[in-house]
Design a protein around this ligand. Structure first.
Ligand SMILES: [Cu+2]
Length: 140
C-alpha cells in the first residue's frame, strides 16, 4: 500500500507551495526586519543618497522603541528624512548629513508609513519623485 503515502506527500507539497507563495513578498527593493537588541531597542541603520534610501523598507515591531541611525553619502545636494505619522507616534523631519544622526521614536500603531526626502530644487522633480522614498512597516 504505497498510495496513501504518495497522496500525503502530494498534499504536503501543495501546502508547502501555498505557504511559500504567501510568504513571497514582491521584489520592491530591500526590506530590513529589525530585531530587539539586549537594550530593548530596535536599532535600524539607513543610508541615503541621490536619490535613494537603503534599505527602503524597514519592518519594526509596534510599541518597542526604535533608534534610527541615518546618514547620507557626501554630496552637495542636501537631503532630509521625513516620516510624518503622528497618529502612530512618529514625527520625524530631519536634515541629514554624512555624519550619522540618531532619531528615536516608539511606533504606537500598526501600519505602513511613508518615509521620504522632502527636498526639491526649483522646478525639478522632488527627491521623493526621483526615488528617495521608502516605507516604514510597523507590525504586531
Ligand atoms: Cu533628498
Amino acid at each position: 500500500m504505497k498510495k496513501p503515502v504518495t497522496f500525503f506527500l502530494f498534499i504536503l507539497g501543495i501546502a508547502g507551495y501555498v505557504a511559500c507563495r504567501a510568504d513571497a513578498a514582491p521584489p520592491e527593493g530591500m526590506a530590513y526586519q529589525s530585531t530587539i537588541a539586549s537594550d530593548g531597542v530596535q536599532h535600524v541603520r539607513i543610508e541615503g543618497g541621490s536619490y535613494f534610501f537603503k534599505p527602503d523598507r524597514v519592518i519594526v515591531k509596534v510599541n518597542v522603541p526604535v533608534e534610527l541611525t541615518v546618514s547620507v553619502e557626501k554630496s552637495l545636494i542636501p537631503h532630509t528624512l521625513v516620516i510624518q505619522s503622528p497618529e502612530a507616534g512618529i514625527a520625524v523631519d530631519e536634515k541629514l548629513s554624512s555624519d550619522a544622526k540618531t532619531i528615536r521614536f516608539t511606533p504606537t500603531l500598526v501600519g505602513k508609513y511613508p518615509m521620504y526626502c522632502k527636498n526639491k530644487l526649483l522646478f525639478f522633480k522632488s527627491h521623493r519623485e526621483k526615488g528617495m522614498e521608502g516605507v516604514l512597516n510597523v507590525v504586531e
